[in-house]
Design a protein around this ligand. Sequence first.
Ligand SMILES: [Zn+2]
Length: 104
Amino acid sequence: MTGQPRRIVRFLKATMMRYVPGMITCAEFDDFIVSYLDGTLPQKERRLFEFHIRYCRECREYLSAYRRTVELEKAAFRQVEAELPESVPEDLIQAILKAREPRP
Ligand SMILES: [Zn+2]
């Protein structure tokens, strides 16, 4: 896209956000994103949020990047959990206790 149409699109978007009743701004979108993803965003805000995504490409891309990050974090956490042993091995406990004994 060349510079000119992009400026027009940005202008239209800014105008729409200012004059369409209830239209949220990109900053508000950012405030809603966490509640939206964990499902605690109230119905009304949720509709405004979804309306905003439909018309704002930047926020759409931001949301999908955000989702990917959350998924990666979850996957990483599951990985760490899976690698943790159920219990601490007995010989490790003994080794730690032995190391703590005062030396003569
Ligand atoms: Zn936006």
